[in-house]
Design a protein around this ligand. Sequence first.
Ligand code: SAH
Length: 273
Amino acid sequence: MRVGTVYLVGAGPGDPDLLTVKARRLLDEADVVLYDGLVSETIRDLPPASVDLIDVSKRGDGERTTQAEINDRMVRHATAGDDVVRLKSGDPCVFGRGGEEAEELAAAGVPFEIVPGITSAVAGASVAGIPPTHRDHASSLTVVTGHEDPTKADSALDWGALARSVTAGGTLVILMGVGRLPDNMAALRAGGVDPETPVAMIERASRADEFTVTGTLDTITDRAREVGIDPPAVTVVGDVVDVRDRVSEYLRAAGTARSAGGPVRDEPPVPTE
Ligand code: SAH
């Protein structure tokens, strides 16, 4: 029997217009779409009714689906002859387990393809008027997970080195960093980063209710709490954050910054969708 192909597809940060042409085509052509919880609803609504759309972020009993169950599903559908789109937010291989899933598919002998997507690690900043690099302000970009406890001795991240990259003029982008924001900001301060260094958090970048808050290493934790920043959000640390002050008015006039609300927004976000 014909074996189907699994496409590990990036859905981008949420705006359906930021899907790649290839992702959009595959969503129409797939037999099955297995999507993650972070894929935006507007994108989930795109495939035609004939496509079997399966939320693999949680099981019927409300528990999280394990990675082993997701791997098993991909292999099972493909060996039954279905073409499968495994749809992940952003890029499938940036904190998206795309690498692990590719290894599983290869081990199972299932043909697959990786379809890159626009990662929130870059687009989260840029849609809000913050260029991750800038000739005058930042010549390097570091992307990390904020999920780990920075005080843990066996942390996979060297926060001293990350602090030095910021001090040397680089931009640091933290994904999955809302919960541990205070710890991560403290770790950068302990590593010698100037407390006045600008920091921005962009929640739900590119979606209709995108929301940005800015502050400094010292103030961002309070600012984020005041305005109620919730996941998903990216945190951007570095001088590039100030570029937003100079461009955000124009971005809004152009209709591209959506509800970002200027450099600092004080009211809670108002969904417009
Ligand atoms: N593969 C994804 C990242 C998945 S990890 C990518 O390349 O974008 C999940 C984290 O991604 C979230 O905790 C958040 O930090 C970030 N994220 C994803 N979508 C986002 C969005 N629209 N706005 C802001 N952050 C987002």
